[in-house]
Design a protein around this ligand. Sequence first.
Ligand code: HEM
Length: 285
Amino acid sequence: MEADSLAPWLLAVKLALYTSALLAAGLALHASLGVVERDDHARALRSAALLAGAAIVFAALRLAVANVQLGGSIESIFDKAILAWTWPTLAPSSIAITAGALAMVGASVWRLVWLSVPAAVALAAGFALTGHSQALETPGLAPWAVALHVLIAAFWIAAPISLWPRSALSNEALETRTQRFTRFALLAVPLLFIAGGWLALRLAGSTEALVSSAYGQLLLVKLAAASVALALGGYNKQIVTRKLRETPDQGRRALSVTLSVDVLLFGSALVLVGIATTFTGPPTG
Ligand code: HEM
């Protein structure tokens, strides 16, 4: 079985891992930071625990695909000699994701909201403990920048779930949630862009390499998608929140439209970074 014929499978598994791990961490942050009100903490943590559990399965599938890529056949999945090569590379990330998921389940079962914070950090660290930042000659701050970047991305991309204007959520509760989310996002999202931009330059090596390489171009399109989502966030803050207060029905409709567009933009950002880290890589030399 040719290694590259497995690349689409690896991409699919990574996208499932991104989605489950980041939404789990994001919902946990929304509960622990008070974006979601206390009455709804149990529901948010239960969803986070289920998603985090799914992340363990996708982390295991990621290892399985790596084994088949290296061993050349399905039988290689459990081949000890192959695992001796793949496990050392993926172990730190897989262990961080598993530890984060178990802590998230604990946070949900024992209703310990504070425990969901280290759980979310461990899930984000799972992406910093493997991948291109670890492959740098001197990784330095790069893995930390990936962890911070992914943690904030998690907080951001879970917004369509926590802020969705579902009928059980009163206009007051919805307005409070959007205001509280916006307050944190104003501080955090610029940091995501700074960490992402710095990482892009650090990994690509130069602005020239960023603009001319397939890897760099994919990240620039990702930057464009994230910038549109940022502008939409500004529209939500300025216009939609006011509409929610003054004409709630219109405000709810506007919010469901902007959040639906956000889902497409966040999905595009994940697909773009998935393709950049699976089919391409930072230009060498
Ligand atoms: C909605 C916005 C964004 C989301 C959801 C997001 C998500 C992610 C995720 C999940 C990763 C980890 C990928 C992996 O380790 O396999 C990542 C890495 C990265 N992101 Fe973002 N990101 C966003 C915005 C940005 C922006 C604005 C930039 C700036 C150019 C950026 C640049 C990067 C870079 C350079 C990496 C490292 C890629 C590598 O390891 O080769 N991201 N992002």
